[in-house]
Design a protein around this ligand. Structure first.
Ligand code: CP
Length: 312
C-alpha cells in the first residue's frame, strides 16, 4: 500500500498498515544516517518549516536533520521569537509560511487539536510534533520502530507504560499505535494521573506498579512533568520515585530480555534510576537515533515518495 494522507496528526486515525508502512520506510532511512556522507537528493527542492510554540531538543532537531539528510530546505520558527509575540494567530502564521512555499509544517503547540486546526487552514502537509495532552505521533512511531528493531515484532509483546498517563501525549499515541499493532499495553502510575477513560483506548490499568511490570517485554517510562508538582497531583518527588520509579529491583520483575525506553528528557533519579537509564537494557540513545530515521520516513511519505523508490 502507498501513503495517501496529506497530514500526520495522530495515530488514532492511522491503520496498522499505515503504521507498518512508516516503520518499513524508516529501515532504509536508518541505513542512510549510518553512512559517512549522510545526504541523498530525495527531497531536493522541497521545504520544511518547524513551528514550535513549546520547547524541544529531540523532536525539533531530529526533524531538521531528517530534512537536511534528504536535501530539503529547512526553516525554524519559535513562537517566542516570531510575530506570534505580536499577537499573530496560528492560522495567519500558517498561511504566512504556506505563502512562502513551504511544503511541510511541523508544529508543536500547547493546545490539543492545534495541529488538526492548522492542517485545515493550509494546503501544506502538517505534522503534529506534540499538541497539548493529545498526541505525539512521531514519538510513538520511533518508540515502535525501536521496539520492533530489537524484538523483531510488536504483535504479542507486553508493554508497560509507567508514569503521568493523564498529561502524556506520548502515552496516548503509544497506546493507539501499540494496540493496533497487536501488543498488550498496561498502564500504571499515580491514581491522580490516570485518565478515567484510558481502558476504552485498549490499555489495561494497574494500580500496583510491580504487578504491571511482571513479565513485560518493554517498559516505557514517562517523564514526570515537574511543572505539575505544585498542583498536588503527587505528594513529592521522593515518594513518586519510591512508588513508581523504575529501578534495578523493579527491572528484575520484567522478562529477562526486557528493554527500557523513555521519550526524554529524563528526570534522573525520579522516574528512572541512572543505573537503569544508562544500563544494558536501556535503548534511550537508540531511540534518539531512530527518531531521525522515522522522521525522514514521514517527510518522505508526506511529500509523495513512492516506497519502491526509497534511496539505497
Ligand atoms: N521526546 C520529546 O518530544 O523530546 P523533546 O521535547 O526534546 O522534543
Amino acid at each position: 500500500m502507498g501513503w495517501s494522507r496529506k497530514d500526520l496528526l495522530g495515530l488514532r486515525q492511522l491503520s496498522a498498515e499505515e503504521i507498518k508502512l512508516v516503520l518499513d520506510t524508516a529501515v532504509p532511512m536508518k541505513e542512510i544516517i549510518g553512512r559517512k556522507i549522510k545526504k541523498t537528493p530525495t527531497l531536493r527542492g522541497r521545504s520544511m518549516a518547524t513551528l514550535f510554540y513549546e520547547n524541544s531538543t529531540r523532536t525539533r532537531t531530529s526533524f531538521e536533520l531528517a530534512a537536511k539528510f534528504l536535501s530539503a530546505d529547512t526553516v525554524g520558527l519559535s513562537a517566542s521569537s516570531s510575530s506570534v509575540m505580536k499577537g499573530e494567530s496560528l492560522r495567519d502564521t500558517g498561511l504566512t509560511l504556506d505563502a512562502m512555499g513551504v511544503d511541510v509544517v511541523v508544529i508543536r503547540h500547547p493546545a490539543s487539536g492545534a495541529a488538526e486546526f492548522l492542517a485545515g487552514c493550509i494546503p501544506a502537509a502538517v505534522i503534529n510534533a506534540g499538541d497539548g495532552t493529545h498526541e505525539h505521533p512521531t514519538q510513538a512511531l520511533l518508540d515502535m520502530f525501536t521496539i520492533r528493531e530489537k524484538k523483531g515484532t510488536l504483535a504479542g509483546l507486553k508493554v508497560a507504560i509507567v508514569g503521568d498517563i493523564l498529561h502524556s501525549r506520548v502515552a496516548r499515541s503509544n497506546i493507539w499505535g501499540l494496540t493496533k499493532m497487536g501488543a498488550e499495553v498496561r498502564v500504571t502510575g499515580p491514581a491522580t494521573l490516570m485518565p478515567p477513560d484510558i481502558e476504552q483506548m485498549g490499555a489495561r490499568v494497574y494500580t500496583d506498579t510491580d504487578a504491571a511490570l511482571e513479565g513485560v517485554d518493554v517498559v516505557n517510562v514517562l517523564r514526570i512533568q515537574l511543572e505539575r508538582q505544585q498542583q498536588g497531583l503527587f505528594p513529592s518527588l521522593r515518594e513518586y520515585s519510591k512508588l513508581f520509579g523504575i529501578n534495578q529491583r523493579r527491572l528484575e520483575l520484567t522478562a529477562p530480555d526486557a528493554i527500557v525506553i523513555h521519550p526524554g528528557p529524563i528526570n534522573r533519579g525520579v522516574e528512572i534510576d541512572a543505573q537503569v537509564a544508562y544500563g544494558s537494557r536501556s535503548l534511550i540513545t537508540r531511540q534518539v537515533t531512530n527518531g531521525v530515521a522515522v522522521r525522514m520516513a514521514i517527510l518522505y511519505l508526506l511529500t509523495g515518495g513512492e516506497t519502491n523508490a526509497i534511496p539505497h
